[in-house]
Design a protein around this ligand. Structure first.
Ligand SMILES: Cc1ncc(C[n+]2csc(CCOP(=O)(O)OP(=O)(O)O)c2C)c(N)n1
Ligand SMILES: [Mg+2]
Length: 249
């Protein structure tokens, strides 16, 4: 956000905004919320946006603390699956198989060897007031979730899936389609955690082929048939578990 905001008057925010330190988004939000409370403000929202690296790696401790204190903040993780503005390095939210500058595919290693960290359930495990996943490919669902978060009198977390044309090797005008397809192929999912319960907002009977999603992006172009099978099987195991544990009726 620091790269896109604050260019007056074209791209400035229409309200007060602060650029935080890289690991400090959540602690900065805590500080602003504490100040708002001390000043006796009633009608306000303290909202922060940080990347996948800023959230799942370097900022996780601050975020965990803010949720534990039940600070009234809205935290949005903008997940483009790598450290993008420093040149496409792998984060703990980069998916298995993806090529980044720190996980280059070669003869022996086919891109990222780790699997994407499950941030949504890590956050839910704090017994947070409200948490959700979203994708920019399902905009109305995202808007609804932000509205819901704005009504919470405590911490809320929204994890938004957002493609990066440069880092993923896609065209800018394919961004929306890819963000929709990742949900339709089951490699990402739309869910909520509220009152201690998980809900799948979208539970399709059939998925679109994982291969179609992967082959559109140059970061996955080196993958072999066996890698695609591995990714598909991991998807199916995850959905089997989510359906069994979350959607009981
Ligand atoms: C303490 C610290 N370490 C490293 C950096 C350099 N840095 C700035 S942005 C960034 C990557 C951010 O990645 P992510 O949070 O995923 O956001 P994206 O650029 O992908 O939107 C890094 C490493 C920094 N600003 N501060
Ligand atoms: Mg990122």
């Amino acid at each position: 956000m620091s790269a896109v905001g604050f260019i007056y008057p074209q791209l400035c925010f229409s309200n007060n905004a602060i650029i935080s330190t890289f690991p400090g988004t959540a602690s900065m939000l805590s500080g602003v919320a504490a100040a708002a409370k001390a000043k006796g403000y009633k009608d306000y929202h303290v909202l922060g946006i940080a990347g996948d690296g800023g959230t799942a790696d370097i900022g996780l401790q601050a975020l965990s603390g803010a949720i534990d204190r039940r600070d009234k903040i809205i935290y949005i993780c903008y997940d483009n699956e790598a450290y993008m503005n420093t040149g496409i390095q792998k984060s703990s939210l980069t998916p298995f198989g993806a090529k980044t500058t720190t996980t280059p595919p070669g003869k022996n290693i086919r891109g990222t060897l780790t699997v994407k960290k499950n941030m949504f359930e890590i956050i839910a495990a704090h017994n947070i007031d409200y948490a959700a996943t979203a994708s920019i490919g399902y905009v109305q669902d995202l808007i609804n979730k932000i509205q819901k978060a704005s009504l919470v009198d405590g911490p809320s977390y929204i994890h938004v899936f957002a493609p990066c044309p440069t880092g993923w090797g896609i065209k800018t005008d394919e961004t929306f389609e890819i963000a929709k397809e990742v949900v339709d192929s089951g490699l990402w999912y739309l869910a909520e955690y509220e009152n201690g319960e998980f809900t799948l907002n979208r539970n399709p009977r059939e998925f679109t082929p994982v291969e179609n999603y992967l082959k559109k992006q140059s970061r996955f172009r080196h993958l072999l048939e066996e890698d695609i099978i591995e990714i598909t099987e991991a998807r199916d195991r995850k959905w089997e578990r989510m359906r069994r544990q979350w959607n009981k009726n």
